[in-house]
Every structure is written in structure tokens, then in C-alpha cells.
Design a protein around this ligand. Structure first.
Ligand code: UDX
Ligand code: UDX
Ligand code: ADP
Length: 477
């Protein structure tokens, strides 16, 4: 039914669709890849010198492949009509209304793309869900497409699940050298053929033994589970960071010792001010919602704990800052270093910075924020959405360099692990601050001892109370 794939289309030119298609175009010169989006401004940016997202290595690949075998277009009907294989890579944010509010992912964009495909398709199409979706979403897409098939016997659809595991900031590396590619499909002959066609694309650069094929539901569920396990590791280590602060154990020593067990592994054990990003919270909540819907409350409660610890960690860190600044931050200038949810990205979705800053704003602190990649307007929007435009204009300033942000401040709070924060001249910074000057390291990237030698009071997540007691007395414990 399905011929050899020579035209690939991706609906959704976001963080997932853009980089993924750039990599396919780069690795498969014989395939034409067209990325479409209903947001015409975004498509214009993809066609310009300044791409709409920042990812190390992305510019080079896009600039080399663009208008050769990689195209960005707003003409969705034409692209769909011509495609052999269509990736659906639109956003699936947590629903903010109605049933499943605050928990279930919103599938309206996925459904709308399915209907568009049904409307404009001519001939057989392999439709691939790349967006992270709840288990059984492929079934809904298939149902809409089968309806179109009824009226037109030239149409043939197979729906595959092919979740993306790339992490932001390392997207190009992850895409070029993935731990695995996961493809789920039906076990019918047509389903197997569609899976084989998608395997053939990835085989251009991914070793065959790293391409896993499963049934559709296993594939959909595996994506949620992978993110839930990763998030769980962070909540696990963060929960232990609180125990460290209360006992004299050091979180980095504990993580190192525990991670040496090959059954546990050393990655993703960095204590922090909490995980952020567009995926972890959304996917864990989606899993919780799924379990509740399946009448598995014990499972739902287990995974909800991962989110609860994350929220608590953010709150705990903000409370620590307030306590150590003599229990009042009202009108005090506090410098915030980092707003992105992790380094090497300008993305702020669900960044812990938003929540820590919100807690400090509630205490009327004056925050002066510096981040090397996040736009000022983005920060202001994010903060206004959790507080008010009024509070934002009263309490927030955004600076374009860290020295200005820290000038006259009582404290520096590190919320993103940008490498450049390690290299700053902290003696110069200390001289320009109010004294006593404090540093709160929410990412464990700074040399606490060197900072104390300069004269800073320091606090870092999960560090020994010996230091903290000496510096801070017993406040907060
Ligand atoms: C464990 C630790 O592995 C060891 O490092 C520690 O020093 C003592 O506790 P042990 O209890 O002897 O060792 O056996 P282990 O192989 O860890 O299994 C513990 C239990 O977990 C068993 O009942 C085992 O069947 C179960 N298990 C283990 C699973 O159900 N699934 C798994 O994937 C692994
Ligand atoms: C994640 C998954 O890693 C990726 O496989 C999936 O496709 C999408 O979700 P991403 O959100 O881009 O990727 O970034 P990731 O590196 O996983 O970091 C998520 C958050 O966890 C960040 O806020 C990061 O700072 C935090 N984190 C990560 C920790 O706090 N400690 C760690 O040890 C690792
Ligand atoms: P992700 O991180 O999953 O890639 P993004 O929000 O970065 O999510 O990107 C999703 C993109 O999908 C957005 O650019 C949005 O405009 C686009 N999109 C959403 N719905 C549709 C649709 N029905 N047709 C075309 N594009 C869509």
C-alpha cells in the first residue's frame, strides 16, 4: 500500500518538529522534508537568519539544508496532499479548563491536525504522532482518518506512534545519536509495512538495534513512563537534599555514592530547585490522570508524589531565602541569576524560576533578573501569568548583564546552571552588593568555599548544616 517514502511533512514547527525535521533532512538527502505551521510568523522566522528556537548546532544544519531538501511553509493543504508520511508534532499542553483541568493533556491541536489531514489527503499516508499524547490517542486520530477513508477509497491511513526523547539544549546531539528510537504501530500487514517505512528513514543514521518497534499503546505509554521515571529521580534526590541539610550529609556525595551502583546509574541525580520544562510535569500529570481514569488510585497517588515533592522543593528554597535574609525580604533587592528551565536553552516553560520568584514577589522582594538567553518580554509574561501585571511592573527589573543585576542587592539566587555563572568575578560582585551579601545556589554550581572566602554568606541545596549553621545559625532548620 505504502510506497517508498520520499516526501515527509511535519505539522508543527516547534521545539520538537523543527529540530527533528532538520535532522531528517540532514541525514536523508534523498528525502524532501517540509515543516508547516499555522503560525505564519513562526514559519517566517524559520525561513530567516534568526531561527525561532535556540539549540546548539541547529543553525548550521538548517542553513545548510534549507531550500535544498528542507522547507518551511504555511501552505498546510498543499504539503499534506503531497506527503507520503506526516508527522504530527503540535503542542499538547495541560488542559486549563473543563474535565481533566490541570491534569490531562489538551488534545485539541492533535485532533485539529487529524481533521486537516483527513480533509486534504489524497492517496495513502503514514501518519506519525510525535507529540507526547495520552495512551490511546492514536486510536482517536485513526478514527477520524478512517471516517475520511469511507468516502474515498483512494485514501489509506496507518497511524504510528513515534515519541521523541530529545532534551532541550542537547536536541541536535540527542537526535544525531539517540539512545533509542521507538516506533509503535498496528500488527496488521499494513501496520507492519508502515512501521518498516519509518524504520527505513531512521536507519539512515541510527543503528538498527537501537530502533525498537512495539505495539502502538506500548509506545505511547513508554514515553509517559520514561519522563515519569526521569522526573521521579529528580524528586527522589531533591527529597534527600532536605535530609542532607538537616543531618550534615552532602547531597553531591550521596548522589555520587548511590549512582555508582550500576543498577541505579549516575545520571539525572543532580539536586536542584526543582525540575521544569514543558514535559516532565505535563507527562507525570497525564499519567496520574490516566491512572485515575483507569480506577487505579494507588498508582495515581504514587506518581502524584513526584509532582508534590517538586512543588515543595521550590517553595522550600524560597522559604530558605526569606529565612536567611532575616525573615524579611520586603523591598530588598535580590538578584536572580537564570530564568530558563535549564542551561543552553531560552525556554522558560514550567521553569522553577517562575515559582521561586513568585514566592519572593509575594513577600514584596524587588527582583532583578539576568538570563543570557531568555527575552525580557518572555520573563514578564511568565511572571504576570502567575502574579499580576501590576506586581510585575512594581517588583521586577530585567538586566542584560549579571553585574548590574547584582549591584546593590542583598542576595544572589542562582536558578539556572548557566556555565557563565561559574566564571563571574564574584569579588567584584561582592564589593557592589549590600553587606552581608548572600548567595543561594539552587543548582550546586558555585564553589561555596571560594565564595565564603570572599565574604559571602552561602547556602546551597543539600549541603552540610555545619557550614550552614556556622553561617546562618539555626534559622530555617
Ligand atoms: C538488596 C540489594 O540489592 C543489595 O545491594 C543490598 O546490599 C541488600 O538488599 P537482596 O535483598 O539480597 O539485595 O536482593 P535483590 O536482588 O536486590 O532483590 C531484592 C528483592 O527485589 C527480591 O525480592 C527481588 O525478587 C526483587 N526484585 C529485584 C524485583 O522484584 N524486581 C527487580 O527488577 C529486581
Ligand atoms: C526531558 C527529557 O529528558 C526528554 O527525554 C524528553 O523528550 C523531554 O523532557 P527536557 O525537559 O528538555 O527533556 O530537559 P531535561 O534535561 O530532562 O531537564 C528537565 C528538568 O530537570 C530541568 O529543569 C533540569 O534542570 C532538571 N534536572 C535534570 C534536574 O534538576 N536534575 C537532574 O539531574 C537533571
Ligand atoms: P513542542 O515542544 O511539542 O514542539 P511547540 O509549542 O514548540 O511544542 O510547537 C508546536 C507547534 O504546533 C506550534 O508552533 C503551533 O503553532 C503548531 N500547531 C498547533 N496546532 C496546529 C495546527 N492545527 N496546524 C498547524 N500547526 C499547529
Amino acid at each position: 500500500v505504502f510506497g517508498k517514502v520520499s516526501k515527509v511533512v511535519c505539522v508543527g514547527a516547534g521545539y520538537v518538529g523543527g529540530p527533528t525535521c532538520a535532522m531528517i533532512a540532514h541525514k536523508c538527502p534523498h528525502i524532501t522534508v517540509t515543516v508547516v505551521d499555522m503560525n505564519t510568523a513562526k514559519i517566517a522566522e524559520w525561513n530567516s537568519d534568526k531561527l525561532p528556537i535556540y539549540e546548539p548546532g541547529l543553525d548550521e544544519i538548517v542553513f545548510a539544508a534549507r531550500d535544498r531538501n528542507l522547507f518551511f511553509s504555511s501552505d498546510i493543504p498543499k504539503a499534506i496532499a503531497e506527503a507520503d508520511l506526516i508527522f504530527i508534532s503540535v503542542n499538547t499542553p495541560t488542559k486549563m479548563y473543563g474535565r481533566g483541568k490541570g491534569m490531562a493533556p489538551d488534545l485539541k491541536y492533535v485532533e485539529s491536525v487529524s481533521r486537516t489531514i483527513a480533509q486534504y489527503a489524497v492517496g495513502p499516508k503514514i501518519v506519525v504522532e510525535k507529540s507526547t499524547v495520552p495512551v490511546k490517542a492514536a486510536e482517536s486520530i485513526g478514527c477520524i482518518l478512517r471516517e475520511a477513508q469511507k468516502n474515498n477509497e483512494n485514501l489509506k491511513f496507518q497511524v504510528l506512534s513515534n515519541p521523541e526523547f530529545l532534551a532541550e539544549g542537547t536536541a541536535m546531539k540527542d537526535l544525531a545519536n539517540p539512545d533509542r528510537v521507538l516506533i509503535g504501530g498496528e500488527t496488521s500487514p499494513e501496520g507492519l509495512q508502515a512501521v518498516a517505512e519509518l524504520v527505513r528513514i531512521y536507519e539512515n543514521w541510527v543503528p538498527r538495534d537501537r530502533i525498537i518497534t512495539t505495539n502502538t499503546w506500548s509506545s505511547e505509554l513508554s514515553k509517559l513512563v520514561a519522563n515519569a521515571f526521569l522526573a521521579q529521580r529528580i524528586s527522589s534526590i531533591n527529597s534527600i537534599s532536605a535530609v542532607c541539610e538537616a543531618t550534615g550529609a552532602e547531597i553531591s556525595e550521596v548522589a555520587h555514592a548511590v549512582g555508582f551502583d550500576t543498577r541505579i546509574g549516575s545520571k539525572f541525580l543532580k539536586a536542584s530547585v526543582g525540575f521544569g520544562g514543558s514535559c516532565f510535569q505535563k507527562d507525570v500529570l497525564s499519567l496520574v490522570y490516566l491512572c485515575e481514569s483507569l480506577n487505579l488510585p494507588q498508582v495515581a497517588e504514587y506518581w502524584q508524589g513526584v509532582i508534590n515533592v517538586n512543588n515543595w522543593q521550590r517553595r522550600r528554597f524560597a522559604d530558605k531565602i526569606i529565612a536567611e535574609l532575616f525573615n524579611t525580604v520586603t523591598d530588598k533587592k535580590i538578584a536572580i541569576f537564570g530564568f530558563a528551565f535549564k542551561k543552553n536553552t531560552g525556554d522558560t516553560r514550567e521553569s522553577s524560576a517562575i515559582y521561586v520568584i513568585k514566592h519572593l514577589m509575594e513577600e514584596h522582594a524587588k527582583l532583578s533578573i539576568y538570563d543570557p538567553k531568555v527575552q525580557k518580554s518572555q520573563m514578564l509574561n511568565d511572571l504576570a501569568s502567575v502574579t499580576s501585571a501590576d506586581d510585575v511592573s512594581r517588583l521586577i527589573t530585567v538586566e542584560t548583564d549579571p553585574y548590574t543585576a547584582a549591584r546593590g542587592a542583598h542576595a544572589i539566587v542562582v536558578l539556572t546552571e548557566w556555565d557563565e555563572f561559574v566564571e563571574l568575578n564574584y569579588t567584584r560582585i561582592h564589593d557592589d552588593m549590600q553587606h552581608p551579601a548572600a548567595i543561594f545556589d539552587g543548582r550546586l554550581i558555585l564553589d561555596q568555599k571560594a565564595l565564603r572566602d570572599i565574604g559571602f554568606r552561602t547556602f546551597a541545596i543539600g549541603t552540610s548544616p555545619d557550614q550552614a549553621y556556622n553561617l546562618f545559625g539555626t534559622a530555617g532548620y
